[in-house]
Design a protein around this ligand. Structure first.
Ligand code: 5GP
Length: 172
C-alpha cells in the first residue's frame, strides 16, 4: 500500500517554477522540441511546459522496461516519435531515472538522428551507483532507492493521478 508522501504537491510546484526558469535561461532565443517518454512523464511534462516562456513543440515516444515494481532489464521502443528531430533542440522528459537503462538507450537512439542538442529533464533520480554517470541536465529531486508512485508514476497503471509522489511499501 501507499506508505507515505515523499514529495508534496506544493514542493513539486515550487521546484517546477525553478526548473522552468533554468530551462528558459538555457534555451534563450531557441525553440525546444519536448519529447515525453510515455506514460509516466506526462504530468511532469505538461505542468513544466505551462511554466515556460521558450517556444516549444511536443512529441511523445513510448518504451517498455518495467513490469510491476522491478526493471526487466530489457528495452523496447513501443511507439516512436512522429517528428524529425534533425537540427532541433531536443529535451527528453523522463519521470524517474532508476538504473538509467531507458535514458542511455534513448540517448543512443535519438543521438543518431542528428539533433542540434539533446538534453534530459527528469522529475526524479534515484541515488544509485548504476546511474551516477548519467547526466540529467534539469533534475527535480534526488530520491532513495524505494519504489514510488503518483504524479505520473504507476504501479500496474494505478496511482498515476495522485498529485504527489508517495512511497509504495510492498510489505504493508
Ligand atoms: P530505468 O531504465 O532508469 O531503470 O527505469 C526507468 C523507468 O522505470 C521509468 O521511466 C519508470 O517507468 C520505471 N520506474 C523506475 N523506478 C520506478 C519507481 O520507483 N516507480 C515507478 N512507478 N516506476 C519506476
Amino acid at each position: 500500500m501507499i506508505d507515505r508522501t515523499l514529495i508534496s504537491e506544493e514542493r513539486i510546484a515550487a521546484r517546477l517554477d525553478e526548473l522552468a526558469r533554468e530551462i528558459d535561461t538555457a534555451y534563450a532565443g531557441r525553440e525546444i522540441l519536448a519529447v515525453g517518454v510515455l506514460k509516466g512523464s506526462v504530468f511532469f511534462l505538461t505542468d513544466l511546459l505551462k511554466r515556460l516562456s521558450t517556444p516549444v513543440a511536443v512529441d511523445f515516444l513510448q518504451v517498455r522496461s518495467y513490469a510491476g515494481t522491478s526493471s526487466t532489464g530489457n528495452f523496447e521502443l513501443v511507439r516512436d516519435l512522429s517528428s524529425d528531430i534533425a537540427g532541433r533542440d531536443v529535451l527528453i522528459f523522463e519521470d524517474v531515472v532508476d538504473t538509467g537503462l531507458t535514458l542511455r538507450k534513448l540517448l543512443g537512439l535519438l543521438g543518431t538522428r542528428q539533433p542540434r542538442s539533446l538534453k534530459i529533464a527528469a522529475l526524479l533520480k534515484k541515488d544509485l551507483p548504476e546511474n551516477a554517470d548519467l547526466p540529467v541536465d534539469f533534475l527535480g529531486f534526488t530520491i532513495g532507492p524505494e519504489f514510488v508512485v503518483g504524479y505520473g508514476l504507476d504501479l500496474d497503471e494505478k496511482y498515476r493521478n495522485l498529485p504527489f509522489v508517495a512511497i509504495w511499501d510492498p510489505t504493508r
